[in-house]
Design a protein around this ligand. Structure first.
Ligand SMILES: [Zn+2]
Length: 310
């Protein structure tokens, strides 16, 4: 494969790409501009890159979503097909892996049950992979029968370690948080975690708040911070595709705690929904990417908690 190092131009394009995508907010209509249209720095729609400092960990990105895969002499452990709305996306991901190795794809691990991350698994199943997910993911996917999302073959309750070709990948369930089915994936040797949606890197969360569990998420993030890792691969190429750090996780925890504290006052003053949603501001975060798009979703979710008890 072509090893792609993120150039600054690509990073800029990625940052622009990651903008509204993380919050999944509709794109802003283009404002009239006095400037002539210039060729924008376009990130390619699909990109595979090796994680610096490792010899076997890769990030596959398709549009605004990304997943980790690990190559071993005995086969590949892939995660999240990231092909929602992209009928050829699963096969493209498999093809990218085949450019790196001819070893078989042995596992496909779903990070959680949300389709934007796990639709498109058929190509992996056809390639012989065993699909692994948390047991709640299977419970949620079963009745919906999404034609693009194969059910897991094997489920995890609290934890499991997949060991293949000398590499270990730990799958750990740390409770309710961004979803009720999120598996935290950790490579102990490489000290890398793959955490999808719960810990956006350098970014305000958005539309994903709809089924977010506010108080439990704080507990989950504290558990993740306590784990042994140095770098975090997020499920979206936040902040130009850079990997996250413990500081990013601590900052996101603080953001959620600040949001909760602010809405607690408004909610307990009887101002939810309308008044509280209008008055809610996340002071101190206005310059963080995703602030404008994310604010209404955060306000509504925390109004649900402090004004409704949900
Ligand atoms: Zn999600």
């Amino acid at each position: 494969m072509t090893r792609v190092l993120l150039g600054s131009l690509t990073a800029i394009a990625l940052a622009a790409l990651a903008g509204p995508a993380w919050s999944q907010a509709p794109a802003q209509p283009a404002a009239p501009s006095a400037q002539p249209a210039a060729p924008a720095a376009q990130a390619p729609p699909i990109q595979t890159r090796k994680v610096d400092g490792t010899d076997n960990v890769y990030i596959f990105r398709n549009g605004n979503h990304q997943a980790m895969f690990v190559v071993t002499p005995e086969g590949v452990i892939a995660t999240d097909p990231v092909a929602y709305g992209k009928p050829t996306g699963g096969q493209q991901y498999v093809d990218e892996i085949k450019k790196v190795t001819q070893a078989p794809i042995r596992y496909l691990v779903y990070s959680h049950h949300h389709y934007d991350h796990i639709a498109g698994g058929k190509a992996f199943k056809d390639a012989g992979a065993t699909i692994v997910a948390h047991k709640k993911a299977k419970e949620r996917l079963e009745p919906l029968k999404d034609p693009n999302t194969p059910l897991p073959d094997e489920t995890v309750d609290t934890e499991r370690t997949i060991t293949l070709g000398g590499t270990s990948l730990e799958l750990k369930y740390v409770g309710l948080n961004h979803s009720d089915s999120t598996l935290i994936m950790r490579l102990p040797r490489e000290k890398i975690v793959f955490v999808v949606d719960l810990l956006p890197v350098g970014r305000v969360p958005g539309r994903g708040m709809i089924d977010f569990h506010p108080l439990e998420s704080e507990d989950s993030i504290k558990q993740i911070i306590a784990m042994d890792w140095d770098r975090l691969i997020p499920g979206h190429p936040d902040s130009g595709g850079r990997l996250g750090t413990k500081k990013d996780a601590e900052d996101q925890l603080k953001l959620l705690q600040d949001a909760s504290a602010e809405m607690k006052k408004l909610g307990q003053d009887g101002k939810c929904w309308d008044t509280a949603e209008k008055e809610f501001k996340l002071s101190g975060y206005a310059n963080m990417p995703g602030y404008e798009q994310g604010l209404p979703f955060i306000a509504r979710r925390y109004c649900g908690l402090w004004g409704r008890g949900t």
